[in-house]
Design a protein around this ligand. Structure first.
Ligand code: SAH
Length: 242
Protein backbone atom coordinates (compact mmCIF):
# COMPACT_ATOMS: atom_id res chain seq x y z
CA UNK A 1 0.00 0.00 0.00
CA UNK A 2 1.35 3.41 -1.02
CA UNK A 3 0.61 6.66 0.81
CA UNK A 4 -1.78 7.79 -1.95
CA UNK A 5 -3.94 4.70 -1.50
CA UNK A 6 -3.83 4.97 2.30
CA UNK A 7 -4.78 8.64 2.09
CA UNK A 8 -7.68 7.96 -0.29
CA UNK A 9 -9.05 5.11 1.83
CA UNK A 10 -8.78 6.94 5.14
CA UNK A 11 -10.13 10.28 3.84
CA UNK A 12 -13.11 8.58 2.21
CA UNK A 13 -13.92 6.68 5.41
CA UNK A 14 -13.57 9.76 7.63
CA UNK A 15 -15.80 11.75 5.25
CA UNK A 16 -18.45 9.02 5.54
CA UNK A 17 -18.10 9.10 9.33
CA UNK A 18 -18.42 12.90 9.36
CA UNK A 19 -15.10 13.34 11.16
CA UNK A 20 -12.89 16.23 10.13
CA UNK A 21 -9.15 15.76 9.45
CA UNK A 22 -6.21 17.40 7.78
CA UNK A 23 -3.54 15.96 5.53
CA UNK A 24 -0.77 16.34 8.17
CA UNK A 25 -2.91 14.18 10.52
CA UNK A 26 -3.35 11.52 7.83
CA UNK A 27 0.44 11.63 7.27
CA UNK A 28 1.02 10.96 10.98
CA UNK A 29 -1.35 7.98 10.85
CA UNK A 30 0.61 6.67 7.84
CA UNK A 31 3.88 6.89 9.80
CA UNK A 32 2.11 5.29 12.79
CA UNK A 33 0.92 2.30 10.75
CA UNK A 34 4.33 1.67 9.22
CA UNK A 35 6.15 2.01 12.53
CA UNK A 36 3.66 -0.31 14.23
CA UNK A 37 4.13 -2.98 11.54
CA UNK A 38 7.91 -2.62 11.68
CA UNK A 39 8.11 -2.96 15.47
CA UNK A 40 5.47 -5.69 15.50
CA UNK A 41 7.91 -7.94 13.62
CA UNK A 42 10.37 -7.70 16.50
CA UNK A 43 7.92 -8.14 19.38
CA UNK A 44 4.17 -8.69 19.56
CA UNK A 45 2.13 -5.49 19.82
CA UNK A 46 -1.04 -6.39 17.92
CA UNK A 47 -2.44 -9.54 16.33
CA UNK A 48 -3.77 -7.45 13.43
CA UNK A 49 -1.15 -7.15 10.68
CA UNK A 50 -3.18 -6.57 7.51
CA UNK A 51 -3.01 -2.85 6.59
CA UNK A 52 -6.67 -2.41 5.76
CA UNK A 53 -7.56 -4.15 9.04
CA UNK A 54 -5.26 -1.83 11.02
CA UNK A 55 -6.96 1.16 9.44
CA UNK A 56 -10.46 -0.15 10.21
CA UNK A 57 -10.07 -1.97 13.53
CA UNK A 58 -7.50 0.29 15.16
CA UNK A 59 -7.54 3.73 13.53
CA UNK A 60 -11.18 4.22 12.47
CA UNK A 61 -12.49 2.36 15.50
CA UNK A 62 -10.51 4.70 17.77
CA UNK A 63 -11.77 7.78 15.93
CA UNK A 64 -15.43 6.76 15.50
CA UNK A 65 -16.76 8.42 18.72
CA UNK A 66 -15.45 11.84 17.69
CA UNK A 67 -18.55 12.54 15.61
CA UNK A 68 -20.56 12.49 18.86
CA UNK A 69 -18.12 14.32 21.13
CA UNK A 70 -17.57 18.01 21.73
CA UNK A 71 -13.91 18.05 22.67
CA UNK A 72 -14.14 21.64 23.93
CA UNK A 73 -15.26 20.17 27.25
CA UNK A 74 -12.10 18.13 27.76
CA UNK A 75 -8.51 19.23 28.35
CA UNK A 76 -6.95 16.52 30.48
CA UNK A 77 -7.46 13.02 29.13
CA UNK A 78 -6.23 9.60 30.24
CA UNK A 79 -6.29 6.31 28.30
CA UNK A 80 -6.10 3.24 30.56
CA UNK A 81 -4.61 0.08 29.01
CA UNK A 82 -3.71 1.95 25.85
CA UNK A 83 -1.64 -0.94 24.41
CA UNK A 84 0.06 0.35 21.24
CA UNK A 85 -1.89 3.64 21.61
CA UNK A 86 -5.57 2.88 20.98
CA UNK A 87 -7.48 5.10 21.26
CA UNK A 88 -5.24 7.55 23.22
CA UNK A 89 -2.39 8.15 20.78
CA UNK A 90 -4.80 8.39 17.84
CA UNK A 91 -6.81 11.05 19.71
CA UNK A 92 -3.59 12.91 20.56
CA UNK A 93 -2.80 13.14 16.84
CA UNK A 94 -6.24 14.67 16.25
CA UNK A 95 -6.09 16.98 19.30
CA UNK A 96 -2.43 17.96 19.66
CA UNK A 97 -3.15 20.76 22.16
CA UNK A 98 -4.96 18.60 24.72
CA UNK A 99 -3.09 16.95 27.59
CA UNK A 100 -2.96 13.16 27.36
CA UNK A 101 -1.68 10.49 29.72
CA UNK A 102 -1.33 7.02 28.18
CA UNK A 103 -1.07 4.16 30.67
CA UNK A 104 -0.20 0.51 30.18
CA UNK A 105 1.08 -2.24 32.45
CA UNK A 106 3.12 -3.94 29.70
CA UNK A 107 6.60 -2.42 29.45
CA UNK A 108 7.23 -3.24 25.77
CA UNK A 109 4.05 -1.38 24.76
CA UNK A 110 5.09 1.67 26.78
CA UNK A 111 8.55 1.56 25.19
CA UNK A 112 6.93 1.31 21.76
CA UNK A 113 4.80 4.39 22.47
CA UNK A 114 7.84 6.40 23.56
CA UNK A 115 9.64 5.52 20.33
CA UNK A 116 6.47 6.31 18.38
CA UNK A 117 6.23 9.77 19.94
CA UNK A 118 9.74 10.48 18.61
CA UNK A 119 8.83 9.02 15.19
CA UNK A 120 5.72 11.27 15.01
CA UNK A 121 7.41 14.25 16.64
CA UNK A 122 4.71 14.56 19.33
CA UNK A 123 5.97 15.41 22.81
CA UNK A 124 4.04 18.39 24.17
CA UNK A 125 1.34 17.62 26.72
CA UNK A 126 1.90 13.90 26.31
CA UNK A 127 2.88 11.57 29.15
CA UNK A 128 3.43 7.86 28.55
CA UNK A 129 3.47 5.89 31.77
CA UNK A 130 4.25 2.28 32.64
CA UNK A 131 2.15 0.95 35.51
CA UNK A 132 -1.02 -0.70 36.62
CA UNK A 133 -4.14 1.42 36.88
CA UNK A 134 -4.72 0.17 40.46
CA UNK A 135 -1.36 1.59 41.59
CA UNK A 136 -1.37 4.86 39.64
CA UNK A 137 -4.91 5.72 40.74
CA UNK A 138 -3.74 5.81 44.35
CA UNK A 139 -1.12 8.48 43.62
CA UNK A 140 -2.32 12.03 44.41
CA UNK A 141 -0.81 13.29 41.18
CA UNK A 142 -3.29 11.21 39.17
CA UNK A 143 -6.27 10.51 41.42
CA UNK A 144 -9.48 12.30 40.40
CA UNK A 145 -7.61 14.73 38.15
CA UNK A 146 -8.87 13.86 34.63
CA UNK A 147 -11.90 15.30 32.88
CA UNK A 148 -12.10 12.43 30.41
CA UNK A 149 -11.15 8.77 30.89
CA UNK A 150 -10.89 6.47 27.85
CA UNK A 151 -10.52 2.70 27.68
CA UNK A 152 -10.79 0.11 24.90
CA UNK A 153 -10.56 -3.68 25.05
CA UNK A 154 -9.08 -3.88 28.56
CA UNK A 155 -11.64 -5.68 30.77
CA UNK A 156 -15.39 -6.14 31.30
CA UNK A 157 -17.08 -3.12 32.91
CA UNK A 158 -17.40 -4.67 36.38
CA UNK A 159 -13.57 -4.78 36.52
CA UNK A 160 -12.82 -1.81 34.26
CA UNK A 161 -14.91 0.51 36.45
CA UNK A 162 -12.47 0.02 39.32
CA UNK A 163 -9.46 0.65 37.02
CA UNK A 164 -10.92 3.86 35.61
CA UNK A 165 -13.37 5.75 37.89
CA UNK A 166 -10.75 6.68 40.51
CA UNK A 167 -8.93 8.79 37.86
CA UNK A 168 -12.03 10.80 36.94
CA UNK A 169 -12.61 14.18 38.61
CA UNK A 170 -16.11 15.01 39.80
CA UNK A 171 -18.69 15.56 37.02
CA UNK A 172 -16.21 14.31 34.41
CA UNK A 173 -16.87 11.60 31.81
CA UNK A 174 -15.70 8.07 31.05
CA UNK A 175 -15.84 6.61 27.54
CA UNK A 176 -15.71 2.84 27.16
CA UNK A 177 -15.27 1.31 23.69
CA UNK A 178 -17.44 -1.81 23.63
CA UNK A 179 -18.95 -4.49 21.41
CA UNK A 180 -22.39 -6.10 21.19
CA UNK A 181 -22.24 -7.66 24.68
CA UNK A 182 -22.20 -4.26 26.45
CA UNK A 183 -25.77 -4.71 27.82
CA UNK A 184 -24.73 -7.77 29.78
CA UNK A 185 -21.60 -5.97 31.03
CA UNK A 186 -23.62 -2.93 32.10
CA UNK A 187 -25.99 -5.11 34.11
CA UNK A 188 -23.17 -6.94 35.85
CA UNK A 189 -21.37 -3.70 36.74
CA UNK A 190 -24.25 -1.82 38.37
CA UNK A 191 -23.01 -2.52 41.88
CA UNK A 192 -19.43 -1.53 41.02
CA UNK A 193 -20.40 1.82 39.49
CA UNK A 194 -22.68 2.61 42.42
CA UNK A 195 -19.86 2.02 44.93
CA UNK A 196 -17.25 3.87 42.92
CA UNK A 197 -19.43 6.86 41.98
CA UNK A 198 -20.39 6.48 38.31
CA UNK A 199 -23.69 6.71 36.47
CA UNK A 200 -24.60 5.45 33.01
CA UNK A 201 -25.14 8.44 30.75
CA UNK A 202 -25.43 7.17 27.15
CA UNK A 203 -25.02 4.23 24.80
CA UNK A 204 -24.04 5.31 21.32
CA UNK A 205 -23.88 3.04 18.30
CA UNK A 206 -20.83 3.85 16.24
CA UNK A 207 -20.56 3.88 12.49
CA UNK A 208 -17.39 2.47 10.96
CA UNK A 209 -17.61 1.99 7.18
CA UNK A 210 -17.16 -1.61 5.98
CA UNK A 211 -16.56 -2.98 9.48
CA UNK A 212 -18.69 -6.04 10.17
CA UNK A 213 -18.56 -5.82 13.98
CA UNK A 214 -21.08 -3.77 15.98
CA UNK A 215 -19.28 -1.08 17.95
CA UNK A 216 -20.59 1.12 20.76
CA UNK A 217 -19.42 3.96 22.95
CA UNK A 218 -20.67 3.53 26.51
CA UNK A 219 -20.60 6.82 28.42
CA UNK A 220 -20.57 7.17 32.21
CA UNK A 221 -20.51 10.28 34.33
CA UNK A 222 -18.64 10.58 37.60
CA UNK A 223 -21.21 11.45 40.24
CA UNK A 224 -19.33 11.47 43.55
CA UNK A 225 -15.85 11.15 45.01
CA UNK A 226 -14.58 7.56 44.92
CA UNK A 227 -14.11 6.09 48.42
CA UNK A 228 -10.43 5.98 49.43
CA UNK A 229 -10.35 2.17 49.62
CA UNK A 230 -10.75 1.87 45.82
CA UNK A 231 -9.10 0.71 43.70
CA UNK A 232 -8.10 -2.26 45.81
CA UNK A 233 -4.60 -3.65 45.49
CA UNK A 234 -3.30 -4.63 42.04
CA UNK A 235 -4.91 -7.84 40.82
CA UNK A 236 -7.84 -7.81 43.26
CA UNK A 237 -10.37 -6.05 40.94
CA UNK A 238 -9.89 -8.83 38.40
CA UNK A 239 -9.88 -11.67 40.95
CA UNK A 240 -12.87 -10.38 42.92
CA UNK A 241 -14.91 -7.91 40.83
CA UNK A 242 -17.19 -5.63 42.87
N1 SAH B 1 -6.48 -0.33 24.27
C1 SAH B 1 -5.68 -1.11 23.35
C2 SAH B 1 -5.05 -2.34 24.01
C3 SAH B 1 -6.04 -3.38 24.50
S1 SAH B 1 -5.23 -4.83 25.16
C4 SAH B 1 -6.53 -1.50 22.16
O1 SAH B 1 -7.72 -1.27 22.18
O2 SAH B 1 -6.00 -2.06 21.19
C5 SAH B 1 -5.35 -4.49 26.90
C6 SAH B 1 -4.18 -3.69 27.41
O3 SAH B 1 -4.48 -3.33 28.75
C7 SAH B 1 -2.89 -4.46 27.44
O4 SAH B 1 -1.89 -3.74 26.75
C8 SAH B 1 -2.56 -4.61 28.92
O5 SAH B 1 -1.18 -4.52 29.18
C9 SAH B 1 -3.32 -3.44 29.54
N2 SAH B 1 -3.78 -3.64 30.92
C10 SAH B 1 -4.49 -4.69 31.41
N3 SAH B 1 -4.74 -4.52 32.72
C11 SAH B 1 -4.20 -3.33 33.08
C12 SAH B 1 -4.12 -2.60 34.32
N4 SAH B 1 -4.66 -3.08 35.44
N5 SAH B 1 -3.49 -1.41 34.32
C13 SAH B 1 -2.93 -0.91 33.18
N6 SAH B 1 -2.96 -1.56 31.99
C14 SAH B 1 -3.60 -2.75 31.94
Amino acid sequence: MKFEEFNRYLSKSLDKMDISYTEPKIKKLWLYMNFLLKENKKYNLTSITDKEEIIKKHFLDSLAPLVEVDMDYFDNIIDIGTGPGFPGMIWKIFFPDKRFLLVDSTLKKVKFLKLLSVELDIYDNLEIKHGRAENLANQNKYRETFDLVLSRAVAPLNILSEYTIPFASEKSFLFYFKGPNHEEEIKKSQNAFKKLGGKLEAKLKLNIPSLEADRYLIVYKKTKTTPKNYPRKAGTPKKRPL
